[in-house]
Write a protein that binds this ligand. Structure first.
Ligand SMILES: CC(C)(COP(=O)(O)OP(=O)(O)OC[C@H]1O[C@@H](n2cnc3c(N)ncnc32)[C@H](O)[C@@H]1OP(=O)(O)O)[C@@H](O)C(=O)NCCC(=O)NCCS
Length: 177
């Protein structure tokens, strides 16, 4: 595997600050406006951005820090019906080299390893062809389209939603004891 996922350290905060401050650092499909860097630092001091319900890890490539992956718990009803929703953001110079596919595969393996949840999902803009392809290569199935779900670049955008179930994941076929 070319990329490794690891927890964020204080030395990595420059990356989160770039993502919060530079639209291109996180990619136009992730950009929702400038974010509060002080709040990010406070959250890092509290729990280094890993809690029971959400988290963020660094994507480390052989030639440097490539970006971040993130996840959050969500439910379609009762708390016990939870699944993970994941996201990814690579710096421009690390895109289109297979790292996005590898990092999302690694995140799926990690989440199925540390939690008993059955479903991991991801959504992406209908025009984000690189992420659609990366998700498909990582084993995700496209389930459908949700309309006018995100407001970016002056208008509401449609998203494709994808999922991968534990039984479909090589590493996640059984929760480990
Ligand atoms: C989206 C992202 C995670 C994908 O990771 P990546 O490392 O660039 O992608 P990979 O190299 O693993 O795979 C990309 C695939 O998409 C294809 N692709 C790239 N641009 C494409 C385009 N415009 N049209 C069609 N296919 C495209 C590539 O050819 C490759 O497929 P292949 O291996 O079959 O040739 C990464 O580009 C990124 O972080 N972008 C900015 C942030 C973002 O958009 N995040 C997702 C928000 S939901």
């Amino acid at each position: 595997m070319d990329v490794v996922l690891r927890p964020i350290t204080a030395a990595d905060l420059w990356l989160l600050e770039r993502q919060a401050d530079e639209p291109e650092a996180g990619g136009r499909f992730n950009w929702s406006g400038y974010r509060d860097i002080a709040a990010l630092r406070r959250r890092f001091d509290e729990d280094r951005l890993i809690s029971a319900d959400n988290g963020c890890l660094i994507v480390e490539a052989p030639d440097g820090i490539a970006g971040t992956v993130a996840w959050r718990r969500l439910t379609y009803g009762a708390p016990s019906w939870a699944c993970w929703n994941i996201g990814i953001s690579l710096l421009p110079e690390f895109r289109s080299r297979g790292h996005g596919t590898e990092a999302q595969r690694a995140l799926v393996a990690y989440l199925f390893d540390i939690s008993p949840l059955e479903r991991i999902e991801a959504y992406t803009d209908v025009e984000n062809f690189a992420e659609q392809r990366a998700l498909a290569k990582a084993g995700f199935t496209r389930e459908g389209t949700i309309r006018s779900a995100q407001f970016r670049q002056g208008r509401w955008r449609d998203l494709h939603i994808y999922s991968l179930l534990r039984a479909e994941s090589a590493e996640g076929s059984q929760p480990r004891p």
